[in-house]
Design a protein around this ligand. Structure first.
Ligand SMILES: O=C(O)CCC(=O)C(=O)O
Ligand SMILES: [Fe+2]
Length: 523
């Protein structure tokens, strides 16, 4: 699939460019063929005109009779042949071969529905209006093309296929509105009506479903399902509620989609943060970190974002050149991100994590090794047991729903093979800055962090007694506009016995990065 990473989507522009010469060559070949056919027609015409002039006597002449027969047999076969000799297959084959040889990346059905579902996700999270989106508007700005009725219908159809009748209804209604002003129309009204009726029914409005289906039967008398559907909706109504005004359309979003904290998460994505109290604010500060030999000459700027649990931002810790090298190394390796099934322990694709990622080993490049060393200097944590550097590129509406980076007690299979214990801390480098959206949000803490390129966010996932810190539940919000690249380093427990010793009580927390104090001392 292409839609899960913008790095791959960019290849599609090449595919579109490739199509133009193919269509043009095809048109040229066809024009030649049609010219020849025209010549045949002209010849038939002149010869027939002569014959008509002579009249019925024309065929009493054996030579003429022979020629006429020939024209209607062997010559006609030639014409037939030429009519059938459409060159389409040759050109289509050409494109198919190139697709298979992967010279050009072509999106498939999965990409079309993935892109449509991405629009719906963005619409919900960022509260975007269907009509505005269909006009190419995001947050009052024109960012893209206007969609025609067929485009809008296609989005609605993807919602329907995902059994998402809430969005199906909105988009089918919009498709219908658009169709009214179209000339020529890009889709048949009857197609829209069938979907619209069904989603109205699913959203609890059987009477409107029935009314629309009756209209469908009227405008498309031969429709294969209209009659049956009318009967079906009538049966649902069971003769009741047939009189009076049609009930208003109430289109409610499905409340349960597997994310218990959905509303809180989405509002954070929109930047609706819980503001820190003046008291909390007073305790936030920046400092130069120079507690390691290398940092004496190149201190690192640290910004404390919040306390207990501590979250900090390391400022300007990766350069443009390093980012470019890392992206170039990662690009050919990008694979759709997987998530671990909590029950089976298997890795699988999931709609709640849309991105592509790659792992980079230290041996692959001095740049990767250098970044790893820097992480040691940033965090004071032992890097020998860390995972390789993970690079992620988010795709259309790319996101990662709320999750923990550490393995919970019940997830016994996680990280077992590594033998390095749980993920004690996370470093998240921002390697690009999306134009809109794409925040990292901590929904329990009520903070949203909008990517700032070159910086890295850092937090401890485990408490000082080794238990997972449930307050670190976090998510990557969908990218609304632009490109999001991040790079993660997951640091493990093993080897941190001296770099992050256990605290004396369960609530001990760091007041700054690398704070070794064993006591709980609130600030
Ligand atoms: O991309 C982000 O903002 C967060 C990514 C994340 O949480 C993860 O990959 O575990
Ligand atoms: Fe995460």
């Amino acid at each position: 699939d292409l839609f899960t990473a913008t790095a791959d989507l960019q290849h599609m522009l090449g595919a579109e460019k490739n199509i133009v010469p193919v269509i043009n060559d095809y048109i040229e070949a066809e024009q030649e063929r049609l010219e020849q056919l025209k010549k045949f027609a002209e010849e038939y015409n002149t010869r027939n005109a002569e014959a008509q002039e002579v009249g019925t006597e024309f065929v009493t002449n054996p030579i003429n009779a022979f020629l006429l027969i020939k024209r209607l047999t062997s010559e006609w076969r030639q014409v037939e042949e030429m009519m059938r000799n459409n060159h389409a297959h040759r050109f289509i084959k050409n494109i198919t071969v190139r697709r298979e040889e992967n010279e050009v990346k072509f999106p498939g059905e999965e990409d079309l529905s993935g892109a449509a579902i991405a629009l719906l996700r963005l619409q919900d999270v960022y509260k975007l209006d269907t009509h505005d989106l269909a006009n190419g508007m995001i947050r009052g700005e024109k960012v893209g093309h206007k969609l025609n009725a067929h485009d809008v219908f296609e989005v609605g159809r993807a919602a329907y296929n995902a059994k998402d009748y809430y969005h199906c209804l909105m988009w089918m209604q919009e498709a219908l509105n658009r169709l009214e002003n179209e000339n020529p129309q890009t889709i048949e009204e009857s197609e829209i009506l069938e979907y619209l009726a069904y989603s109205l029914y699913q959203q609890g409005n059987v009477r409107r479903a029935l009314t629309l289906t009756k209209k469908l039967a009227r405008i498309a008398p031969g429709h294969p399902r209209a009659r049956g559907n009318i009967k079906w909706y009538e049966d649902r109504l069971d003769g009741k509620e047939l009189q009076g005004d049609l009930p208003p359309v109430v289109n409610k979003r499905v409340e349960w989609d597997g994310i218990p904290e959905r509303d809180a998460y989405e509002s954070l994505c929109r930047g609706e943060e819980k503001k820190p109290t003046p008291e909390e604010q007073r305790k936030l500060y920046c400092y130069y970190k120079n507690d390691r030999p290398f940092l004496k000459i190149a201190p690192i700027k640290v910004e404390i974002i919040r306390h207990n649990p501590l979250a900090v931002l390391f400022k300007q810790v990766v350069s443009d050149r390093e980012i470019a090298v890392i992206q170039d190394l990662a690009r050919p390796k990008l694979k759709r991100a997987t998530v671990q099934n909590a029950v089976t322990g298997e890795l699988e694709h999931a709609s709640y994590r849309i991105s592509k990622s790659a792992w980079l080993k230290e041996m692959e490049s001095e740049v990767v090794a250098r970044v790893n060393r820097r992480i040691g200097d940033m965090t004071n944590l032992n890097q020998e047991t860390s995972e390789d550097l993970q690079i992620a590129n988010y795709g259309l509406g790319g996101h990662y729903d709320p999750h923990y980076d550490f393995a919970r007690k019940e997830e016994t299979n996680a990280f077992k093979t590594l033998g390095t214990g749980n993920r004690i801390a996370t470093v998240l480098f921002y390697m690009s800055q999306p134009d809109l959206g794409g925040a990292t949000v901590f929904n329990k803490l009520g903070i949203a962090f909008f990517p700032s390129v070159h910086d890295a966010l850092f937090w401890y996932n485990l408490k000082r007694n080794g238990d997972g810190d449930m307050r670190t539940r976090h998510a990557a919000c969908p990218v609304l506009l632009g490109v999001k690249w991040v790079s993660n380093k997951w640091i493990h427990e093993r080897g941190q016995e001296f770099t992050r010793p256990c605290g004396l009580d369960e609530d001990v927390y760091e007041r700054f990065v690398g704070d070794l104090s064993p006591m709980h001392r609130p600030i």
